[in-house]
Design a protein. Structure first.
Length: 119
């Protein structure tokens, strides 16, 4: 499913809420995974966003009216990802992600991390 490229503006505009979920373990580390080189969206990129959030934060999405909700979900172990979509996954300290140690990171991922962990 492709992300919409625009939302209607004006009095009849639909307010949209995008929710980005970042999984963290009890130690506060962030679940990070690397997409395979053959995935159709952001091949070979690292990602911190769970589920449909990464489609919602696609760089072509422009919201005329709406807001982004970022949330943490406590997770006690890494998931068992589909090897056709994920090369690697594990928990990493958020400071390493904010410092740019893992790149390329999917568009929107760094912004979401800054909302959760910076300042």
């Amino acid at each position: 499913m492709d992300a919409p490229t625009t939302a209607r503006s004006g009095p009849g505009a639909v307010r949209r809420r995008l929710t980005a979920t970042v999984h963290v373990d009890p130690a506060g580390r962030v679940l990070l995974y690397r997409r395979t080189g053959s995935t159709p969206v952001h091949p070979g990129h690292y990602d911190v966003l769970a589920g449909a959030a990464r489609q919602c934060l696609h760089p072509t999405v422009r919201l005329a009216s709406g807001f982004l909700v970022v949330r943490r979900l406590l997770t006690d172990r890494p998931p068992d990802p589909d090897p056709a979509e994920v090369d690697w996954c594990g928990f990493v300290p958020p400071a390493e992600l904010l410092a740019g140690r893992y790149h390329p990171l999917v568009p929107g991922g760094l912004d979401v991390l800054r909302r959760l962990f910076a300042g």
